[in-house]
Design a protein around this ligand. Structure first.
Ligand code: TXA
Ligand code: MG
Length: 305
């Protein structure tokens, strides 16, 4: 199960699950429209939903997108890392239009995980990859979760252990005028972005740009009840810092938001697996990574479409 083998599979138009520090990715050669089509098919994802093109760093990113000064400043600060930039797509980019769902923009991310970087180096081109889960399901934070979701639909799974961060990357759009919009909160905090580029514009309501903006998303099978101080009869309880009652789980015994984020999706999958009809979730503090955790929980709790 080597990185070289994975790169050869990508060259042949195959699908490879690989680790990043946020969540696992379901990767294909971004320049090969047939390979990209296989991603949508494997995920059961609507075609209109564009994919992130993963690159080693800024130099490769600039071959595919037009990065204004603001975008370059953010890339310098947060790459490689849990950060995705949406910028105008260059007409001469090799990334297949299907990967961008026909949009005039492109999402670019340089991940920090050493296996992801090794794979990018061995392959030598951009890798299109959404999170390695079936569409609408919670993202995979272990190779086993990815394999369980995508069994028989991928050619190789690279195991890099549990994801360090456990939530998808922060997504920020920088348009041709240099205006910066937060499309999806994540491990790179709003305050750290604003420190570099000033106040962020609000995302346009009703305009689906990031999959995190679809109402129901990142959802387990069970229904979720949020900001619950405790479980009602029959509910499984997902506690934040307190010990959970039997059959429940705790996100972080020490009340650490970073640890809670890393445990979130695995906990939801575990409570799903015991067959709970409803998972009651404790209130999560709203500061720091709490914004991203609350964002994902709100989408997981939204009425299913
Ligand atoms: O941490 C992550 O971001 C992981 C790892 C694998 O990199 N990837 C991930 O991909 O979460 P995905 O596809 O599940 O979510 C990324 C979202 C897409 O659903 C899409 O809506 C948004 O990024 N996106 C991609 N291209 C875009 C574009 N041109 N304009 C606006 N949003 C875009
Ligand atoms: Mg996803």
């Amino acid at each position: 199960m080597s990185v070289e083998e994975a790169a050869a599979i990508l060259r042949g138009g195959g699908l490879v699950v690989f680790p990043t520090e946020t969540v696992y990715g379901l990767g294909a050669d971004a320049a090969n429209p047939h390979a990209v089509a296989r991603i949508y098919e494997a995920k059961g994802r609507p075609r209109f939903n564009p994919l992130i093109a993963h690159v080693p760093g800024l130099a490769e990113a600039e071959r595919h997108g037009a990065l204004r000064a603001n975008a370059r400043r953010l890339a310098d600060a947060f790459w490689p890392g849990p950060f995705t930039l949406v910028v105008p797509r260059r007409g001469d980019s090799s990334v297949a239009e299907l990967a961008c769902a026909g949009l005039a923009t492109i999402a670019l991310r340089a991940p920090a995980h050493p296996i992801a970087q090794e794979l990018l180096a061995a392959f030598g081109g951009p890798i299109a990859a959404p999170s390695a889960n079936r569409f609408g399901h919670v993202s995979a934070t272990t190779a086993q979760h990815a394999a369980a979701d995508l069994e028989g639909r991928v050619d190789l799974v690279l195991d890099g252990g549990p994801s360090a961060i456990g939530l998808e990357s922060t997504i920020v759009a920088v348009d041709d005028a240099g205006a910066v919009t937060l499309l999806r909160p994540g491990a790179v905090a709003r305050a750290d972005i604003e420190a570099l580029v000033g106040p962020l514009a609000a995302a346009k309501v009703g305009h689906i740009q990031a999959s995190g903006m679809l109402e129901s998303h990142y959802a387990p099978r069970a229904q979720l009840r949020l900001d619950a101080e405790g479980p009602r009869p029959g509910e499984a309880y997902l506690a934040f810092a307190a010990p959970a009652p039997p059959g429940g789980a705790t996100l972080s015994a020490s009340g650490d938001l970073v640890e809670a984020a890393a445990n979130l999706y695995a906990s939801l999958r575990a409570l799903d697996a015991i067959g709970a009809e409803t998972i009651a979730v404790a209130p999560i503090p709203a500061h720091g990574l709490g914004e991203a955790i609350r964002d994902r929980l709100m989408r997981a709790a939204a009425p299913r479409c």
